[in-house]
Design a binder for this molecule. Structure first.
Ligand SMILES: Cc1cc2nc3c(=O)[nH]c(=O)nc-3n(C[C@H](O)[C@H](O)[C@H](O)COP(=O)(O)O)c2cc1C
Ligand code: SF4
Length: 446
């Protein structure tokens, strides 16, 4: 049976997906809601080997903030009772320098201030769509620390004076969906959510929604359309979601990792968080390494950590006999760096100057067994499959790239058109990522 087919009796169907969040131990498959992964995946699926879904290896090198093992909901009961809580939360988060971890790097406190300044009702949304192949940080946080994700969302809600929140979890993460739903039920039972929370005048409740199974549904306007029951396509901005978001109401959309940092920031104080990282890019990030590394897994590191330290020190480089050709940083819209550029620090600004984007912090090693042409073709296939089709430069450009990757990658006119005329950062980022791959692989192997 091939991808896209189903058995004659309808008992089995097969669908190809780009990412299930198992890059540290892939290849992977979902059988119904049950994941399995490993080099013997085919044997597992045929019943010739026991099924297994290895847990994410996670190490806190800095902080820990995101991998802090303290329970959630420790600050919420006191904060809901304080009339100055919205100002206090925004002030501490502003002092911390926390910027969005979903890719755009927008200051979290400024977004909440913008929502709070609009007339209610207001909403907050935790973006757990994590479509970037190579990143599994949000899956780790939602499955392992769901109470902290929820408390972060509730604190963001308080900072915006919002009355409701939504956690949007990608459909390829059934375990994260289940753990977030259980965490909401627990929080309601413990009195953290609902009307008049902990005897205060704060009403705040949370729903968990399943994603639409598309990469672009992680883009905030597309996500909000999908939540409203519409097709997950991007819409023009302005109006921004902070003015007109969920059901046309002011809405703060924040990445799961951004929200997960908030309880620790309020616990330790914004200034303490700001001392982590390298100003003005403060704090820690969960970088995710793929299975080509000797030690794949998620590592919480300070922003500013040299890439060489992550690739060789934490990841252990590649196994003997393999040569590193390039690393992909920040997923399909991020870009590729040759080994000679690993002196760069893990900072959005430094990577941007080198022609790549930090994105959500996934790092994929490309070794000498990967044919350059196949990688380029795979990249364009991903773009064509995931383009939402709302604008012509991206829809047609990605089709051309998937049909003839070599010609499209060398077509300066096409790439410039896509970079300048596409509606959203998806189409606009493709040319840079493609160029960075062509450049990285053009360098002589070390
Ligand atoms: C094509 C595309 C896909 C995106 N996917 C995600 C995603 O999966 N998760 C996410 O948090 N942000 C994603 N974003 C960014 C969101 O639009 C938005 O900026 C982010 O959720 C805001 O949260 P933050 O400020 O905490 O980063 C995506 C953006 C684009 C253009
Ligand atoms: S750039 Fe691509 S993903 Fe973004 S709106 Fe246009 S077609 Fe959709």
């Amino acid at each position: 049976m091939r991808a896209g087919e189903r058995a004659a009796d309808g008992s089995v169907s097969l669908q190809a997906v780009h990412c299930l969040g198992f890059c540290y131990g892939g290849p992977a498959a979902l059988d119904g809601d049950t994941p399995c992964a490993g080099a013997d995946l085919a044997a597992q699926l045929c019943g010739r080997a026991p099924r297994r879904a290895p847990p994410i290896p996670a190490t806190a090198v800095a902080g820990p903030v995101l991998l802090d093992r303290q329970a959630g909901w420790r600050l919420w009961p006191q904060l809901v009772a304080r009339a100055d809580a919205p100002d206090l939360i925004r002030d501490q988060v502003a002092r911390s320098g926390l910027r969005g971890r979903g890719g755009a790097g927008f200051p979290a406190a400024r977004k909440w201030q913008a929502v709070a300044a609009e007339p209610g009702p207001r909403y907050v949304v935790a973006n757990g769509d994590e479509g970037d192949p190579g990143s599994y940080a949000d899956r780790l946080l939602m499955e392992t620390y769901p109470d902290r994700v929820l408390e972060g969302l509730a604190l963001a809600g308080l900072a915006c004076s919002a009355t409701a929140g939504v956690v949007y979890v990608r459909s390829e993460y059934p375990q994260a969906l289940a753990s977030m739903r259980e965490a909401v039920a627990r929080a309601r039972a413990d009195g953290h959510l609902g009307r008049g929370v902990h005897g205060s005048d704060v009403d705040f409740d949370v729903e968990v929604a399943q994603g639409a199974g598309s990469y672009v549904a992680g883009e905030e306007t597309s996500l909000l359309r999908s939540l409203a029951g519409l097709r997950g396509t991007v819409r023009l901005r302005p109006p921004y979601p902070v003015q007109s978001g969920l059901f046309g109401r002011p809405t703060a959309v924040n990445n799961v990792e951004t929200l997960s940092a908030v309880p620790a920031i309020l616990d330790r104080g914004g200034d303490a968080y700001a001392r982590l990282g390298r100003a003005p890019e403060a704090g820690t990030l969960l970088v995710c390494l793929n299975e080509r590394f000797v030690r794949p897994g998620a590592y919480e590191v300070e922003l500013g950590t040299p890439l060489s330290e992550i690739v060789y020190g934490l990841g252990g480089g590649l196994p003997p006999g393999r040569t590193l050709r390039a690393v992909q940083v920040g997923g399909p819209l991020g870009g590729f760096l040759p080994p000679g550029r690993l002196d760069l620090p893990l900072l959005a600004s430094a990577l941007d100057s080198a022609g790549v984007a930090l994105g959500h912090g996934g790092i994929i090693a490309v070794d000498d067994t990967v044919p350059a042409d196949a990688l380029l073709a795979q990249l364009w296939r991903f773009y064509a499959a995931e383009s939402c089709g709302a604008c012509t430069p991206c829809r047609e450009g990605t089709r051309r790239g998937a049909t003839d990757p070599q010609t499209a990658s060398a077509d300066g006119g096409l790439l410039t058109l896509m970079a300048t005329a596409s509606l959203c950062p998806f189409g606009r980022s493709i040319p840079r990522a493609v160029r960075s791959l062509v450049c990285a692989l053009a360098e002589d192997p070390p």
